[in-house]
Design a protein around this ligand. Sequence first.
Ligand code: HEC
Ligand code: HEC
Ligand code: HEC
Ligand code: HEC
Ligand code: HEC
Ligand code: HEC
Ligand code: HEC
Length: 394
Amino acid sequence: MHPKRDCYHRRSMFRWGIRVLGWAILAGLPVCAAAQLATSDHLGDPGFWPTRPAQSRTEYAGDSSCGSCHASIAASSQQTQMAHALMPASASEALQTHPNLSFQYQGDRYQIQTKDGTVSYSVSDGGHTLQAQLLWAFGVGRVGQTYLYQRSGQFFEARASYFPGLQGLGFTPGRDLGGTVRLDEAMERPVGMPEVVRCFSCHATEAMIGSTFNEANLVPGVHCEACHGPGVRHAAAMQRLLAGKTSSEKTYIFNPATLAPDDSIDFCGACHATWWDAKLSGTHGPASTRAPAYRLESSQCWIRTHDARLTCITCHDPHVPLQTNPQAYDVQCLRCHAITAAAKPTTQRPGHACPVSTSRCTTCHMPKVYVPEMHSDFTDHRIRIVKTGEPFPE
Ligand code: HEC
Ligand code: HEC
Ligand code: HEC
Ligand code: HEC
Ligand code: HEC
Ligand code: HEC
Ligand code: HEC
């Protein structure tokens, strides 16, 4: 057990202690300044954290306001996949370019047909056919796209998703059907309101106002204020500042650059899962590569350092599309690793040199792992020496 992880238990004990044992017992508990936490713990703290609802819609300024002063960040952010993580089904490029999708499972035929701005989804067992109009498309479609629709106020998730890896439909990940089921079960999974709110809070901006799901006015995709918090106050303060009316010392906006390394990773983990989110959900095997924080924080590079040189934002600029040139990542590894075998590790640069290569480090040490239910590869963020034929290292 890594010492910093004990803090989580201490913190949970702390909360439990408050509720059950009163203050007396707390005096002796150590205080924990920085630690990897579960997202629910971060959300239990005051202040902004991604996925936390705002109190009022008027707190949001909107991307166009942010872009009026941060033009280049706004322009490049628009090119990211995160900005397009959700859309109305009728706006899905994947569906428009594949207007007639179908797949067969046992006796059931699944179809998604896109025509004149409507997307209709149907399942037929030969005798009976059930049909619905798809409302929302989740995922930009790099790996897959999943659909939600509504009937009598209840949300449903289509059992069929689109996968570019198949160039067609397959079962929605984790929703594979074994055995024979009723036609409605074959078609859909009812999604309760708490889960609907979670889906939209990670895939959209302004999804929740107080405790109300803001379906009519949410902004599809992960935009500025999903990561920086509602910004109307900041925009107004900066306008006054730029007009020379104030010399404001406060910016009234959340800048994640100020977070300690553990918190910085947990920040992205608010949507990508933190180490504890993944641990508590029991994820394992190749699918755990979908939780990059879990894998990264299980690598020697992180365990030995807990260092700001190895947070998500050292390798990923959230305002630009994913870098796919492996050479571009070398500089991050070489901040900690020596280049030549002669150069011995130091406190500033604690990592050994590679005996095999001096470039394209991630191609060998962060391998792509095939995740069967996603019909696609994910990058294993557990940086390590890969041995051929080894079982997936948990
Ligand atoms: C009127 C112009 C203006 C608008 C509109 C504006 N900003 Fe800013 N923003 C600034 C200026 C100027 C600074 C630099 C302030 C400083 O360093 O004191 C800044 C700084 C920031 C920072 C860093 C703050 C810090 O404390 O380090 C973030 C993050 C940010 N803006 C995000 C946003 C977002 C998100 C929006 C839209 C909700 C937005 N800005 C809208 C002018 C603006
Ligand atoms: C509000 C939720 C949210 C937060 C916070 C968030 N992400 Fe994401 N991110 C997403 C979603 C949703 C996707 C999936 C986009 C898609 O494929 O549809 C994604 C996708 C990505 C991708 C893959 C892009 C691609 O081209 O395949 C990267 C890289 C990424 N995020 C990095 C980060 C980093 C780094 C942070 C922290 C600074 C972060 N994210 C914080 C929701 C979030
Ligand atoms: C805790 C935040 C969170 C919740 C809740 C969430 N997602 Fe995502 N989703 C993400 C992130 C982050 C990614 C990108 C990384 C990945 O692929 O795992 C993603 C990716 C996807 C993708 C694209 C496939 C892919 O891997 O790129 C689909 C489709 C998707 N989500 C659908 C859904 C649906 C439908 C729901 C609700 C039933 C949902 N998500 C709930 C965060 C979330
Ligand atoms: C996925 C999360 C995410 C989204 C979406 C996002 N940011 Fe950021 N932003 C960050 C993080 C993390 C940092 C701190 C690290 C950095 O500077 O890259 C940051 C830093 C900044 C800064 C301060 C830069 C500096 O040099 O200190 C500004 C300004 C900013 N963002 C504006 C925006 C604007 C405008 C948008 C929307 C167009 C936006 N951000 C969207 C995560 C995000
Ligand atoms: C040491 C560098 C490094 C760090 C740190 C890092 N990543 Fe990555 N990440 C990569 C590389 C390399 C890729 C693969 C890029 C490509 O496809 O060519 C990648 C890909 C991704 C993807 C796309 C899906 C996939 O699995 O290929 C997501 C999402 C992502 N990273 C999220 C994160 C998050 C969240 C963190 C923090 C927990 C993080 N990354 C930390 C290097 C890093
Ligand atoms: C924050 C500093 C830091 C960064 C950044 C970093 N490492 Fe490390 N890494 C270490 C330390 C410390 C060790 C343990 C000492 C050693 O084996 O050199 C280590 C160990 C390793 C190991 C041996 C792992 C094992 O299980 O035996 C490999 C391989 C490795 N790093 C590759 C990389 C690659 C590739 C990158 C960039 C993608 C990277 N490291 C980024 C600090 C870092
Ligand atoms: C072509 C694949 C490949 C590339 C590219 C590569 N490595 Fe390696 N690396 C290996 C292999 C294989 C080993 C194990 C060698 C052994 O055990 O004899 C290794 C070992 C290591 C070790 C452990 C060294 C030790 O003494 O314990 C580190 C650290 C490391 N690599 C870092 C890096 C860094 C940093 C880069 C980029 C500058 C990099 N590697 C590029 C294949 C590669």
